[in-house]
Design a protein around this ligand. Structure first.
Ligand SMILES: [Zn+2]
Length: 277
């Protein structure tokens, strides 16, 4: 596995670390660079961001860890984390989905229970087999094609709830909300933080982390023997405006292959590790 961290560096400051011909420019304002964590400039990015923040500026506006695998690594891996590659709005809450905020953790605001079926605007849902609203949370929907793939192949660990259109007509849509049957714990081996430089920030109730910085590590559990799908018990991400913390989604090697072989759209996979601690 090769790991690079992608940063969107504010162009005005990019020359402090990067050559003009490095990375790719997004218009005139942002330079996108991918950098190895062992590159001496990696920590310099953290230092520059810290200095910029002290002056109400940003050195970079966004980061994302990118991981690249060999065919052999993919063949041999038993579990994968599923990433939704399609996002859409409006969010469920904007379409009349009801949440019980009083059931959320008072510290991190994770765990607000969804009291109604998920309601969405039909025309805004991407033509893909998996997509998530801009609120994240548990607002991931899948196509009928995905549901049939799960049923036809007897994939275990996942059920589906109907999704409805917003407004008075409230019609059942051809999309379904994922309902995992099992929620499993992260292992202590997972590294997490608010950005790639500050490795901290767990909710003291142990129910939420701000962001995951390593591949996913899940504590071994006997139920895994007979599953193709599960979600993390802890959520990831903060509650900001409409945005809700999310349970991460995982699938077996078999399920990943079926999704790829059948050409389903809206998925990206990274290897997840099951460990004893
Ligand atoms: Zn919490």
């Amino acid at each position: 596995m090769k790991e690079l961290v992608e940063f969107r560096v504010i162009m005005r400051y990019a020359h402090l670390l990067f050559r003009d011909d490095e990375g790719t420019n997004l218009g005139d304002s942002v330079k996108v660079v991918r950098i190895d964590k062992n590159d001496p400039r990696f920590n310099a990015i953290g230092e520059l961001q810290k200095k910029a923040l002290e002056n109400n500026h940003l050195f970079y506006s966004y980061y994302e860890c990118k991981r690249y695998y060999t065919e052999a690594e993919i063949t041999n891996a038993k579990w994968f984390q599923i990433f939704q590659t399609r996002h859409f709005e409006p969010a469920g809450e904007e379409c009349g989905t009801i949440y019980d905020e009083s059931s959320a953790c008072p510290i991190c605001k994770s765990g607000a229970k969804q009291l109604s079926p998920l309601k969405l605007r039909r025309s805004s849902i991407p033509k893909a087999d998996m997509a998530v609203t801009i609120a994240w949370g548990d607002e991931t929907v899948v196509s009928e094609r995905f549901v049939n793939l799960v049923k036809d192949n007897s994939l275990k660990g996942i059920t589906f709830e109907p999704v409805f259109s917003r407004g008075q007509r409230c019609q059942k849509l051809n999309y379904y909300q994922i309902q995992p049957q099992f929620y499993l714990d992260f292992s202590n081996k997972i590294s997490f933080g608010i950005d790639p430089f500050h490795f901290s920030g767990e909710c003291s109730n142990g129910d939420n982390i701000p962001d995951i910085l390593s591949e996913a590590y899940i504590r071994s559990n006997p139920v895994l023997e007979d599953l193709d799908f599960f979600a993390s018990r802890q959520t990831v991400g903060g509650r900001v405006g409409l945005i809700r913390p999310s349970h991460l989604l995982f699938c077996s090697n078999r399920m990943m292959r079926l999704i790829k072989e059948n050409g389903l759209k809206g998925f990206r996979f990274e290897i997840a590790h099951i460990v004893d601690e």
